[in-house]
Write a protein that binds this ligand. Structure first.
Ligand code: GDP
Length: 201
């Protein structure tokens, strides 16, 4: 898919503040520092699109970007550092939880996971929670350039094993990306394109 236009649309504090439209939305979420901004910039081929979400006042908001006029990329606040893992269920951000649970035009939530790390409790907790929501989920393992493909495959297998008790059957699609090497972009965009076709039906 060619990205002809990618523009910041709005920041919403709550689900109710989100635009009243039927554009399919593709959301990106993950632990702080997982590489979400880099991935959004890679996908849209805009150097600093996601920096908008990092400007003061916007880091905890639901930031929406309109892509090619016909779909929307949602940059969701990161779910923080280890402290958040001790919080129960979806206390991490009530507005984000509501957006994921209730946004009717939410097409897919891409959950970003650092491919270098052993399964992190915070990611497993989030994935357990989101697996109970009626939303389409895809997993993106980031920063794959930091180690060999064999090591990346093994981390992914370990992660899926740790999450198997709550992941749906079949498990969500898995993407591997490196913003540094510009890997994984086409696969993710192809997935979005297929969902856009489904949405039109
Ligand atoms: P965010 O907090 O999830 O938005 O993460 P950022 O996109 O800001 O990235 C956090 C750090 O990881 C930055 O120093 C990035 O340069 C680095 N980073 C992000 N993606 C990659 C990647 O694919 N490969 C490598 N080697 N570093 C990355």
């Amino acid at each position: 898919m060619k990205i002809a236009s990618a523009d910041f649309h709005s920041s919403s504090r709550t689900l109710q503040d989100c635009p009243n439209w039927n554009l399919p939305e593709f959301a990106f979420i993950g632990r702080s520092n997982v590489g979400k901004s880099s991935l959004i910039n890679l996908l849209t081929q805009r150097k600093a699109l996601a920096d908008v979400s990092a400007t003061p006042g916007k880091t905890k908001l639901i930031n929406l970007f309109r892509i090619n006029g016909n779909w929307c990329l949602t940059d969701l606040p990161g779910y923080g550092y280890a402290k958040v893992a001790q919080q129960s269920k979806h206390e991490f951000n009530q507005a984000v939880a509501e957006y994921i649970e209730k946004r009717p035009n939410l097409a897919t939530v891409f959950v970003l996971i650092d491919s270098r790390l052993e399964p992190q409790q915070i990611d497993l907790d989030f994935l357990r929670w989101i697996s109970g929501c009626e939303v389409d989920v895809a997993l993106v393992f980031t920063k794959s350039d930091k180690q060999s493909p064999t090591k990346t495959r093994s981390t992914i297998a370990t992660f899926l094993g740790a999450a198997s008790e709550f992941l749906p059957e079949p498990p969500p699609p898995v993407f591997v990306c490196s913003s540094l090497k510009k890997d994984g972009r086409e696969d993710i965009l192809r997935h979005i394109e297929a969902k856009l076709v489904e949405h039109k039906r």
